[in-house]
Design a binder for this molecule. Sequence first.
Ligand code: ZN
Length: 241
Amino acid sequence: MPSAVISDVHSNIEALGAVLEDVRRRGIGRILFLGDAVGYGPSPNECVELLKEVCEVMLAGNHDRAVTGDTPIEYFNENARAAVLWTRGRMSPENIALLRSLDIIKILEPEGLCLVHSTPRRPEAWHYIITLADAEVNFRYFEQKVCLLGHSHTPFIVEKTPAGELVLHRERVRFSVSSRYIINAGSVGQPRDRDPRAAYAVLTPDGAEIVRVDYDIGETQRKMREAGLPAFLIERLGEGV
Ligand code: ZN
């Protein structure tokens, strides 16, 4: 059974809607969400409610935890912090309670999946996997065949072969019987790999693929301007940075 793996929606309902449409079109019945439903964008309640309706698994990310007041926001940059405070003032108590109830890491057995927003090594520290060296360290901190994560908003697939070699796959991979994998599903609502299209991953028992989907970026930017969110956050959506 194929799964859609989505992460870092960041209150972008236009991007989420386009991704869910693509998921439906492909006939994929299961959706796994890796965290950061909110922060940055203009539609936090809509995104949380839609995710709750369609996702089989839902994790929390650092922005979700910041909005609920469960992780410090001193470490956020000025724009991210402004968006967290804006979001906090607009979310319904029910949606805040829902975000607060979510785990930040989850193991799915027997299929052998580790799901986490940031890293399996220290999920609560919100570290990033940027380099192959970061990936190498993190392979020691989960036992399953595949770890699915997000957080950096940059999709990638890293394979660790039985010989210990690391292989970077950009768009797709076919699973080999004895390799293990770390897959970053990228970001639905705020991609940062210079491709502004929404990103998510399709996972099957045989492999994984990073998918890109066009959405109405201008409409999201219009809502952000109307909401008075920081200009930098509005502009970056158009560039995918
Ligand atoms: Zn994020």
